[in-house]
Design a binder for this molecule. Structure first.
Ligand SMILES: [Fe+2]
Length: 353
């Protein structure tokens, strides 16, 4: 299976996995052969691209960090929490949410892959809920790479999935405004971290470290963040972890005002914001764990060759193994190269297609 961006889709290509709609309904089944109409519907549904199956990529398996079943159940669960909070019914307990977080932690701890390939095809209108789940998953991946224990990972995941619950209390017109916010509006928006922290404190007997993660997810490592303008280790570990996960997932997602940015560029941005926004030690671990060029991505190389990413390595995340199948736009018999081999060290990835 390989990822093909929308503008490269052609009639006759075969779909590599099921395409799901925003309400979890099946839109197109795996192995469907694309027609012009199907490509038009995929475009209308705002997919940036899809996975296709072909001879070049039929042996490439793309496995998500967590199973679709656990992801779907968790999304449903966080959606319930948001809706109940919004309707002021309140949440009596977070037992179901805690169980879901535990399932995610177990799946991540059992995942043997060293480097994580984020493979979601992000199309859903329910952005907040999918984003919340992704932030929890990425935070747990980072926490687990830092050696946190299972109970700590559950507390971290719980804070991460609820990091933006306070937005429920921010006025809808401010929340949805696409133009620059006025000073007052911006202040109200920034209140969401305190409001979330206070709300969770009030409704449930949630662990302090989870709540602090909610409170501090917009603090900046170099100072100047909110609500308390903390810096460096004054910011809790959970706050520092969630802020990286939050920015990574938000930037790799489509938003009403801009298209999703590709993982490699977001990772460059996060690396560039080491010290000023993010804890540099955590950034180092994060960039080793999250593949800038996930398996199945088609990449262009500086020597005129192009191919599909087959394997990523934790210590050389920018130097994957690539199955070459084109030279200067002409198809050639496929062969594999590893960009961290000595003979290819002068070759760089210049783009994706
Ligand atoms: Fe936030």
């Amino acid at each position: 299976m390989r990822y093909v961006p929308l503008f490269c889709l052609r009639e006759g290509m075969m779909l590599g996995n099921n395409l799901w709609g925003e309400h979890g309904e099946l839109i197109l089944a795996k192995n469907t052969v694309l027609t012009r109409e199907y490509i038009k519907s995929i475009e209308k549904l705002n997919f940036n691209g899809i996975y296709v199956e072909d001879d070049l990529s039929k042996d490439i398996q793309i496995i998500g960090i967590i199973t679709d079943r656990v992801r779907a159940k968790t999304v449903k669960c966080i959606k319930n929490v948001f809706i109940s909070t919004e309707h002021q019914r309140g949440i009596k307990d977070f037992k179901e949410m805690q169980q879901q977080i535990e399932s995610i932690v177990e799946e991540i701890l059992n995942n043997s892959s060293m480097v994580i390939n984020m493979v979601d095809l992000k199309v859903f209108d329910d952005y907040t809920y999918y984003h919340s789940v992704n932030v929890a998953v990425l935070s747990i991946v980072l926490g687990s790479a830092l050696g946190l224990r299972k109970e700590q990972l559950c507390e971290l995941g719980f804070g991460a999935i609820l990091h933006d619950i306070g937005k429920v209390f921010v006025k809808k017109d401010i929340l949805c405004k696409e133009a620059v916010l006025s000073e007052d509006e911006s202040e109200e928006m920034q209140n969401h971290s305190i409001l979330g922290y206070e709300y969770i404190k009030k409704v449930s007997n949630v662990n302090m470290s989870s709540r602090i993660g909610i409170l501090e997810h917009h603090e900046k490592f170099g100072g100047g963040g909110y609500p308390n303008n903390l810096k460096e280790e004054e910011i809790s570990l959970f706050g520092r972890i969630i802020s990286i996960a939050d920015v990574y997932d938000a930037m790799t997602s489509d938003r009403p005002y801009r298209k999703a940015i590709i993982p490699s560029e977001v990772i460059e941005y996060i690396m560039g914001c080491s010290h000023s926004l993010f804890d540099p030690d955590l950034v180092n671990v994060f960039v080793r764990k999250i593949a800038p060029y996930p398996i199945g991505t088609c990449v262009l190389l500086s020597n005129g060759l192009s191919g599909i990413v087959l394997k990523n390595y934790e210590s050389f995340s920018m130097r994957p193994t690539v199955r070459i199948f084109k030279k200067d736009d002409l198809e050639i018999p496929p062969y594999e190269i590893c960009l961290s081999d000595r003979e290819f060290l002068n070759v760089t990835i210049t783009g994706v297609f």
